[in-house]
Design a protein around this ligand. Structure first.
Ligand code: F6P
Length: 527
């Protein structure tokens, strides 16, 4: 199927996106899709009807609809770990039964949500000034991203997020927190992650060193209730979730507790409802009108068919500053795999490298390469029609103008003739020609734009669920397991073995020359 798509791509080589708009005045309406008040415009790409139909056929053939229904209904689609994949149950506020192994999981999900809400209310009214979430990967990126995104809704204690095992992270955070009024949340699905357990112990020692009892100061969010109990956190302060919630899909449940404490249970529910609305859309909309499906297909056209290896996520929304990092884990931990479900080598490239920064900052840093570099980088812009600062409307207008200006510039580019016009009068002859060439923009660079009314909790929920489902669709088409992450294991094992070599307790003679050289440097320079 990739070969057919590559043939279609070859037949379109050199065709200009701006010419497609000239040929078809209705292009923007045809190549865009709406859900609620969110609009995804993918018309600034080379897609046309024939390519679209071919991509849709690929999605049909791959069995996306069947696999999607299997996921929502609790089938064990995470085959390498023998687990269901049910983060969608965490936002199933209607409580419609969802069964795993013949048992409805919803009563437990809703009970845990209610317990979280009563703890959040208690903490918000208790004089706690600071909450420190200690977790890493999926136990950090989601809540931190959402906390920053929802700042206008935060009216609870200040939240901090400690993830790195580098002592600098917790040391710098603890300097900001009064020991008497700080609550620690130990967020770890497994409750064994070395970074998190090391930071949690440091936090406990810090409290004790200040004469504050750790009792009542720690909450655990984990699937491993036994380990949390061993660590000394009583059952009523442990919020559990099942193994059918993957780490990078977990902020909808207990892992979102810091966000719930910050914004309050009502706004957290709005966040869940926004995600649930996207779930309903994903389940019911025909594929051509299905936003996650279309976003996935456009992404695959760029990555697997045209071979553009990276994808930039560019929110023109400063509060989404951690969204690109969140999407990095979502996409790259889910779809960065080399074998298909049956263990055979993948016949095409796996998921893309995802990176990005909020606009307009990125414009003054790396957009140079996006506009004039030799590689094409498909860009995914995001922007709200409204900001949260009515007094600063002129800022928001500039923000929108920049967002739209960038996608237009990427598409149109600037010809040599136009560039000559820019320098005419300043230079002459060969120098004019040389100067003009530096000012040429190739253009024809694809982008999509997701536009929404305002970054409120429901919209944030919808955006994140949109991307979750997009990654899911890509994974089904690639026939990979998007829900395991074996690729993170080897480095962890080797780090554990290296620990005693770093401290000097064990010899490093068995190691390669490079590792020995680096360890020798450490041993010579440790104070
Ligand atoms: O590094 C891999 C990983 O397992 C991620 O998938 C996960 O989000 C993170 O580590 C943290 O894991 P835990 O929540 O179990 O501490």
């Amino acid at each position: 199927m990739w070969n057919d798509l590559k043939t279609l791509a070859a037949a379109r080589e050199g065709r200009r996106i701006d010419a497609l708009f000239a040929e078809d005045p209705a292009r923007a309406a045809t190549f865009s899709v709406s859900v609620g008040d969110m609009l995804l415009d993918y018309s600034k790409t080379q897609l046309d009807d024939e390519v679209m139909n071919a991509l849709l056929a690929v999605a049909e053939e791959a069995g996306v609809a069947g696999r999607r229904d299997a996921m929502f209904s609790g089938a064990k689609i995470n085959e390498t770990e023998g687990r269901a994949v049910l983060h969608t149950a965490l936002r199933n506020l209607s409580g419609t039964p969802v069964e795993v192994d013949g048992e409805d999981v919803m009563p437990d999900v809703l009970e845990t949500l209610a317990r979280m809400e009563s703890l959040a209310d208690e903490v918000r009214g208790s004089g706690i000034t600071d909450v420190v979430n200690i977790g890493i990967g999926g136990s950090d990126l989601g809540p931190k991203m959402a906390y920053l995104a929802l700042q206008p809704y935060c009216d609870g204690p200040r939240c901090h997020f400690v993830s790195n095992v580098d002592g600098a992270d917790i040391a710098d955070t603890l300097k900001l927190c009064p020991a008497e009024t700080t609550l620690f949340i130990v967020a770890s699905k497994t409750f064994t992650t070395i970074e998190t357990m090391t930071n949690a112990k440091t936090a406990r020692d810090w409290l004790q060193a200040r004469g504050v009892s750790p009792e009542g100061r720690f909450v655990a969010l984990s699937s491993n209730q036994e380990k949390a109990a061993e660590w000394g956190i009583p059952a009523e302060r442990v919020f559990g979730f099942e193994d059918w919630v993957g780490g990078r899909y977990s902020m909808w449940g207990p892992i979102g507790l810091s966000v719930m404490i910050a914004v309050g249970p009502e706004d957290f529910r709005a966040f869940l409802r926004g995600a649930q609305a996207m779930d309903d859309h994903f389940l019911t909309a025909p594929f051509p009108d299905n936003m996650p499906v279309m976003l996935a297909l456009v992404g695959m056209w760029h990555n697997q068919v045209l071979g553009h290896a990276t994808r930039a996520v560019l929110p023109y929304d400063n509060r989404l500053t951690r969204l690109p990092a969140y999407f990095q884990q979502l996409e790259m931990e889910s779809n960065g795999k080399g074998v298909s479900m049956d263990g055979a080598a993948l016949a095409c490239d796996s998921g893309p490298v995802v990176w990005g920064e909020p606009g307009t900052n990125g414009q003054h840093a790396f957009y140079q390469l996006i506009h004039q570099g030799t590689r094409v980088i498909p860009c995914e812009f995001m922007v709200a029609a409204q900001g949260h600062e009515p007094d600063l409307r002129h800022h928001h207008e500039l923000l929108i103008a920049n967002c739209l200006g960038q996608s237009e510039a990427l598409m149109r580019g600037r010809t040599l003739d136009e560039a000559r016009g820019k320098v005419a009068g300043k230079f002459e002859g060969a120098e004019l020609e040389r100067q003009a060439r530096h000012r040429v923009f190739p253009g024809n660079r694809p982008s999509t734009t997701l536009i929404y009314r305002k970054l409120d909790p429901a919209t944030l929920g919808s955006i994140v669920a949109l991307y979750e489902h997009r990654v899911f669709v890509e994974g089904v088409i690639l026939n990979i397991n998007s829900f395991d992450q074996w690729g993170v294991e080897l480095g962890k094992e080797l780090a554990t073995a290296l620990g005693p070599m770093v401290s000097g307790a064990e010899s490093a003679d068995s190691k390669d020359g490079s590792t020995r050289l680096l360890l020798t440097y450490v041993h010579k320079n440790v104070s």
